[in-house]
Design a protein. Structure first.
Length: 471
């Protein structure tokens, strides 16, 4: 199977070079990710289908979305999820350690393959933690075929670097003009292989494995009885902070119910001040919970009193999150959506998850490391769902439909807005000629690119829909 993995990495590199050389991301992402999942199934046949689905679904789902609407956030998550998928299949590490293992493998694995006494690569997820399977090598250490392949790769890399750095050689190579040989594709094959090899033929890090095996539960026998001073500090601090935040929340609720902002205060200031207060309060809340519930206080005779104070503090922070959300929606209702306002909304969702995990932290006895691992896992799947939102389309359509005087200048300069709706709105409302001409020009450009220059690998639903508009 180890030899199969090496062949799979080469096959995947050729597929990536064919699909993405001189092509932007579109339906090629879905094809490549489907092929990657198939290769993953071949490389790790022992993995149950349920586990395979869990680790492959985010990458495959975001790849399908890219064939509909390729945007920057989705592309970034697509790259990231590819590394997480292969790493999670190879070794059973805790969530926060997976990105570190993926990055380390990309850098280290090609070199470890050339070392005769290097640790063996992972065979499957369970073997990654329990034992490392042996690797078949010849008497000299590295298999001869693999040694020649790696030597050829090293030579190819430096030849490509020298050619790109020397204008004379670069001109000579370009003048050769071999129709059957795409130099850029060959160069991409090398880079893709270097990236994929470390993920597919993965060498688990002993340091990360040992850290992942550590028990994260708290045990009373590991701690001495806590001094009363820290317990009183926790009780007093949490109740006083809760009282202060209760007054702050009360003032904001009164303003929201009144429907009128204080004199000289704009919607933007009202939301921004609340958001900055929220961020400071949430960070302080989580840090206090992690500090007071980090060890011996979890076994204090009067623990329930500390828990009540902590719950009140967290409830007040949840209330502050809800109030900030209400302010934000009031702001959006008046001025529409924007990237900054959507960012604030997504931050509110994230801090809500952090607060809910904090409730779990004070109720159960586990170390702070487990809290951060849970946060990493929830953050990963939250990023997956966030990356599935076509933000420019959402902003455009919402503002045109619900805002009295939408900022057309902001909308037309988004990366991938709904130019059809902007054009139609500008015509019907007799907006400035600039917006009519700009949106119609973009539609013409998209149609030309889609019908004349775009190859099948770059196809995506957004371009197909925009190109259908008849001016």
């Amino acid at each position: 199977m180890k030899k199969w993995k090496k062949l799979l990495s080469v096959g995947l590199a050729f597929a990536a070079a064919f699909l993405f050389t001189e092509s932007s991301i579109g339906i090629n992402a879905a094809i490549f990710s489907s092929l990657s999942v198939l290769f993953l199934r071949i490389a790790y046949r022992e993995i149950p289908n349920s586990r395979l689905l869990l680790i492959a679904l985010p990458h495959l789902g975001i790849a399908l979305f890219l064939s509909l609407y390729p945007q920057l956030l989705s592309k970034v998550f697509w790259y990231f999820s590819f590394g997480i998928m292969w790493t999670a299949a190879a070794v059973d590490l805790r969530p926060i350690l997976l990105p570190i293992q993926a990055l380390a493998s990309i850098i280290v694995s090609p070199f470890k393959t050339l070392i005769a006494d290097a640790d063996s690569p992972a065979n499957n997820a369970s073997a990654g933690l329990e034992s490392s399977p042996s690797i078949n090598v010849d008497k000299e250490g590295t298999p001869k075929g693999l040694a020649y392949l790696m030597a050829a790769l090293i030579v190819t890399i430096f030849v490509l670097l020298y050619v790109s750095a020397n204008p004379v050689l670069q001109t000579y190579v370009e003048d050769l003009n071999f129709e059957y040989l795409n130099v850029q594709m060959l160069q991409n094959i090398v880079w893709y292989l270097l990236a994929f090899y470390g993920l597919i033929v993965l060498y688990p890090s002993d340091v990360l494995i040992k850290r992942s095996q550590k028990d994260l539960s708290l045990k009373a026998e590991d701690y001495k009885p806590e001094a009363q001073g820290e317990f009183r500090t926790g009780i007093t601090s949490l109740w006083v902070l809760s009282a202060i935040l209760l007054m702050v929340n009360g003032v904001d609720i009164f303003v929201l119910l009144s429907g009128h902002l204080p004199e000289g205060l704009s919607y933007a200031e009202f939301v921004h001040q609340g958001f900055y207060t929220l961020l400071f309060s949430i960070v302080l809340a989580i840090l206090l919970i992690l500090f007071f519930f980090r060890g011996a206080l979890n076994f204090h005779p009067q623990l329930e009193k500390l828990r009540k104070a902590a719950r009140m503090w967290l409830f007040q922070n949840l209330a502050l999150t809800a109030i900030t959300g209400a302010k934000l929606f009031m702001y959006i209702g008046a001025y529409g959506l924007s990237y900054l306002r959507l960012t604030v909304l997504l931050c509110l969702l994230c801090v809500s998850i952090g607060l809910l995990l904090s409730f779990k932290k004070i109720q159960e006895h586990f170390k702070n490391t487990r809290f951060f691992n849970q946060m990493a896992l929830y953050a990963y799947f939250a990023a997956f769902f966030f990356a599935l939102m076509p933000y420019d389309l959402i902003i455009t359509r919402y503002n045109l439909a619900y805002v009295t005087n939408p900022d057309l200048n902001y909308l037309v300069h988004l990366e991938q807005p709904d130019y059809q709706s902007i054009y139609q709105y500008a015509l019907e409302n007799k907006s400035e000629r600039y917006f009519i001409n700009y949106s119609s020009g973009k539609l013409v450009h998209i149609k030309e690119q889609f019908t004349e220059y775009q190859n099948w690998r770059e196809w995506n639903l957004y371009s197909a829909q925009m190109s259908k508009h008849q001016l």
